[in-house]
Design a protein around this ligand. Sequence first.
Ligand code: ADP
Ligand code: MG
Length: 346
Amino acid sequence: MIEDKNQSRTDLSDLGEFGLIDHLTKNLQITHDSTIKGIGDDAAVLKFNNKKIVVTTDMLVEGVHFDLSYMPLKHLGYKAIIVNLSDVYAMNAKATHVTVSIAVSNRFPLEALEALYEGIETAAKLYNVDVVGGDTTSSTTGLLISVTAIGETDHEVYRSTAKPGDLLVVTGDLGAAFMGLQVLKREKEVYKVNPNNQPDLEPYTYIIERQLKPEARQDIVKLLKDLDVKPTAMIDISDGLSSEIIHICKQSQVGCDLYEDKIPLDPQVISTCEEFNIDSTTVALNGGEDYELLFTIPQEDFPKIKGNPNVSIIGHMKEASEGLHLITRANTKIPIKAQGWKNFES
Ligand code: ADP
Ligand code: MG
């Protein structure tokens, strides 16, 4: 019996995800000189013989991170690799290796796992990473995939080094994966009522693809190098723009003004938000799973990225005392707040 009935109980949702990680890891000590950066960024940074290596791990759990009724296993395998590579790129590193661990119940036939591995293989090939190990075990309930990714870098970029005055830059566009998920959920409900209904998903192809087959921004690490831009801080957008801005600001001890009218949105996101009667800015701020990169650059680097179609300048960093704000289209200032912890909420 592991649980002691007499012990006091603290709900995990009281701590939140980051509070929980802080609480559990606060007594862990770093003893090796090779540990350059431990817990607290998109990946750990290790140094061996003057070579810097980044390591990151992420787990996907059935029913929490994916629903197999609309997530084909091949896509799931692909996505499991992508979400990890995204954290490697967020350190300004090149991804080189992954390990893949799975827990499966016997409700899955071999063919299902073959499909999962087809996706893993496709991602590994496309992103040029070697699958070098993992673990396979059984599960009494759902499917679980845990991937560890390893990369190398000459110049790692942390979340904690943004400066007041730096420009805040984001790649690609935001909110599409979340809206893709809303469409898939709606179609699942329609299907339950009428399995013969053939949905017309044509107007949603981009956003559904962003949910089912996300990509990681390997190209941006190269682009920044080619443009000779050294970001002062960087993070990938897995939980939503506002959460990632808060991470950079807290860890760098800076404030921020984010301009609503600068947030990049795909037309399909705008039209689907209208259809679902959801505010597109809220979706970009809190949606998550975009796997774009969010970074800060010194103002003098502005000419180097100006007009580049891969990036949008969405704000600038301020002194910490000035706080974190969204400057709305109506020119009002709204504090940027963290959203609740989705996965532990019942
Ligand atoms: P990301 O969203 O970039 O994957 P997370 O928010 O998952 O990052 O994690 C934040 C930091 O906490 C990372 O450095 C991660 O390695 C670390 N971390 C998360 N969970 C644990 C855990 N159970 N034990 C130790 N470190 C953890
Ligand atoms: Mg990350």
